[in-house]
Design a protein around this ligand. Structure first.
Ligand code: 13P
Ligand code: SF4
Length: 350
């Protein structure tokens, strides 16, 4: 990265000292990660933000929903900064509160709403987390989805899972013994979600039709092709991948799981990894004794994660030094109150 910008970022960070704490998600660029005080997946970063009450500013190098969660979990005096407001998440954008409320009304009209526990993936807006908190549900991440679903099925007969159909389906079917027939796909762009009353009454898992455009790019052909090309390769994928891809893989797990599996892998072993490219490249560089490759031949960055680059980070830090707070992310009090209930429920899972 540009040495002038590196020096400016270092100088601004030094000038701010303990007043600033920089969080970096695993999918961030190397040029940004080098300035992170801590790196992690969205769950770990939410907890790290909550554990830094002394820092006046939390600079969140990640995407919008993560910065919102950080604002919910930090004190009122702390300010959360997202270096580029265009760093959203296409998956989180697939569930809009009004659509979800329409679905909920439909479930009420059918008389099944009382049986349903809403569960939302961390990768959702604060509005959606607030809806879930208001209605007795829980937030989950890719590392605790099974525990969250187990808890939800202790509270009710059915789960309404938002917004990632793949995480919901993969967890229910591959880890909890449900069948594909137990799951239905609710399409917010179709009348009544594109489902009949009977389908909704019979379903155990009502999956919102959302997905991650990055992990959705891996296909069964990506898996077949790498197995042919690299005999003995271990295929390791994130649960946001399509069901058939996860089924064909050798191991599945969250970002933190993937990092630990690669660290523990024996020297000389070969790994094809189905997750975001910045992370896979960093792991390949960190473990030159192992053959770590990207699962697909096509490049697959998360374009919104990549919006946070060194120039944006430098700008944000220098603004803070100048006494201004750029791109502050705030969640309104009422939404935050209920979203926090759903987040706290997650943190309290056994
Ligand atoms: P985790 O950070 O929970 O591993 O989720 C992956 C992801 O897609 C983040 O946007
Ligand atoms: Fe959203 Fe997927 Fe990017 Fe994660 S990788 S921020 S889920 S688009």
């Amino acid at each position: 990265s540009d040495p002038g910008l590196v020096a400016r970022a270092a100088a601004a960070k030094a000038a701010l000292g303990d007043r600033v704490f920089v969080l970096g998600h695993h999918y961030q660029r190397d040029e940004v990660i080098q300035f992170a005080d801590v790196t992690g997946d969205s769950f770990k970063l939410a907890r790290e933000a909550a554990a830094r009450p002394a820092a006046e500013f939390i600079v969140f190098c990640g995407v919008h929903f993560m910065a919102e969660s950080a604002d919910i979990l930090t004190t009122a005096a702390q300010k959360v900064v997202l270096p580029d407001l265009a760093a959203g998440c296409s998956m989180a954008d697939m569930a809009v509160l009004g659509q979800v409320e329409t679905a909920w009304e439909q479930f009420t009209d059918l008389g099944i709403q009382g049986d349903i526990v809403p569960v939302t993936y961390m990768n959702s807006s604060a509005d959606i987390k607030g809806f879930v908190g208001r209605n007795g549900g829980v937030v989950c991440t890719s590392s605790n989805a099974e525990r969250a679903l187990t808890w939800a099925f202790e509270q009710g007969q059915k789960v309404f899972f938002l917004p990632d159909q793949h995480l919901g389906r993969n967890t229910a079917v591959l880890e909890m013994g449900f069948s594909l027939d137990d799951c239905v796909l609710y399409d917010p762009h179709k009348p009544n979600g594109g489902l009949t009353a009977e389908q909704l009454r019979d379903a155990k898992m009502i999956l919102w039709r959302g997905h991650c455009s990055v992990h959705g790019r891996f296909t069964l052909d990506s898996v077949r092709e790498v197995r042919e090309r690299v005999p003995g390769v271990n295929v390791l994928v994130h649960p946001e991948c399509r069901h058939e891809v996860v089924r064909a893989a050798d191991q599945v797990g969250s970002t933190e799981y993937i990092i630990k599996a690669l660290e523990a892998a024996p020297a000389g072993s070969a790994w094809a990894v189905g997750t975001e490219l910045n992370l896979v490249r960093r792991m390949a560089l960190a473990h030159p004794d192992k053959q770590i490759m990207f699962l697909d031949r096509a490049v697959c960055y998360c374009s919104t994660m990549n919006r946070i680059d060194l120039p944006h980070l430098v700008w944000a830090l220098e603004e803070l030094v100048a006494g201004r707070v750029p791109n502050q992310i705030t969640v309104d009090e009422d939404t935050a109150k209920y979203a926090r209930i759903a987040l706290d429920q997650m943190l309290a899972l056994p």
